[in-house]
Ligand binder design. Structure first.
Ligand SMILES: Cc1ncc(COP(=O)(O)O)c(C=O)c1O
Length: 361
């Protein structure tokens, strides 16, 4: 018998995107915000005193919950702060799933979900998006699936597509277990499930400070849900999931909505330009409501090779060697300059390839 559980020994574990040490790399592979956090964040971090560091932080990140409650118009008891959105996912899986229980999610989706299901010895029920050209349609089983937990990434990763609110209501009405709507990318989208939380006691909304607020390095996320469900989820979390520096910084970032909205607007503008430039080069790209695009390479090109050749030029994008994604690259929307460098590099690589193909040296 091994030292750890058999399900752990058998599994591969989650593979995060590459995080190169070199800061000069054009990094469009893990959907970070291309802009820094609000200037108020660094001031807030500098205000943390030695006395505050000596003591344990608030176990439930009270200061942050007060800010989040005000920003979202809910009671502070409807907010639970976590060490990144990923910790919230781990809490929900542990709270809702006993070994053998069914957990449903859409595919392609967030590749952490199957890993968490295996860790929990739960049964993963994969619902396949019906992908036709650039349309990502929901499978009909989504309205009838029987499971303890259903996860919906909205806007979806890696497609960037959005499930409309009326469809979401239909799903919430038909599903009996907990529905987690993963809104890690919602800041770049026109709609959120937030207004639904008052009507559905089984709804948990995941929010992250990593993307919209430029704080991936901080590790801060939170749940929005009704109080009775959060009382249960709070029993599962660590005693002090968020440190004092993170609580102070995340509170300052969330409070500065004016700054946050200004960077979301810029990312959305660049997303349109990036999509147009890729389409002009022959890629097909579903309309994205997120801070990345999923681009299928032009006929005859190889996504894996393009990924490798961009990497050789210090431009990182994400390639998933998975069914349905082998011909696609997921590209984070960067600054205008980063996007232009990417487009220039892709243009050079593709035109060199087509010359080779036609025997021109
Ligand atoms: C769909 C989705 N959900 C949740 C997360 C977790 O974000 P974080 O732990 O950085 O808050 C990510 C991060 O990439 C994501 O892509």
């Amino acid at each position: 018998m091994g030292l750890v559980n058999a399900n752990i020994e058998r599994m591969a574990g989650y593979t995060p995107g590459e995080q190169p040490e070199k800061l000069s790399v054009i990094k469009l592979n893990t959907n970070e915000n291309p802009y820094p956090p609000s200037p108020r964040v660094l001031t807030a971090i500098a205000s943390v005193t030695a006395e505050r560091l000596r003591r344990y932080p608030s176990p439930d990140a009270r200061a942050f919950r007060m800010v989040a409650a005000k920003v979202h118009g809910v009671d502070p008891d409807w907010i639970m702060a976590t060490n990144g959105g990923d910790e919230l996912l781990s809490i929900v899986f542990r709270a809702c799933l006993a070994p053998g229980d069914r957990v449903a999610f859409l595919d392609p989706g967030y590749s952490l979900y199957p890993v968490l299901a295996t860790l929990q010895n739960a049964q993963a029920v994969t619902l396949n998006y019906q992908v036709r050209d650039t349309d990502w349609n929901l499978p009909p089983e989504i309205f009838t699936v029987d499971a303890r937990l259903l996860l919906l990434v909205n806007p979806n990763a890696p497609s960037g597509t959005l499930i409309g609110m009326s469809t979401l209501v239909q799903i919430l009405r038909s599903f009996r277990g907990v529905v987690l709507v993963d809104e890690a990318y919602v800041d770049f989208a026109p709609a959120s499930a937030l207004p639904l939380v008052k009507s559905f006691e089984n709804l948990v909304i995941l929010r992250s400070m990593s993307k919209g607020y430029g704080l991936a390095g901080l590790r801060f996320g939170y749940a929005i849900a009704q109080k009775p469900l959060l009382i249960e989820l709070n029993k599962v979390r660590d005693s002090y999931p968020c440190d004092i520096v993170a609580i102070t910084a995340a509170s300052a970032a969330l409070e500065d909505q004016e700054y946050a909205r200004s960077i979301w607007g810029r990312v959305i503008e660049h997303r349109t330009q990036l999509t147009e430039a890729l389409v002009a080069m022959g890629f097909s790209v579903p309309p994205s409501f997120s801070n990345f695009v999923l681009a299928a390479v032009p006929a005859g090109a190889s996504a894996a090779q393009l990924y490798a050749r961009l990497k050789a030029r210090d431009i990182l994008v994400r390639y998933f060697a998975l069914p349905g994604l082998e011909d696609k690259l997921r590209i984070t929307v960067g600054t205008r300059a980063e996007n232009q460098s990417l487009i220039r590099a892709i243009g050079e690589i593709l035109s060199a390839d087509s010359k080779n193909l036609h025997g021109v040296t």
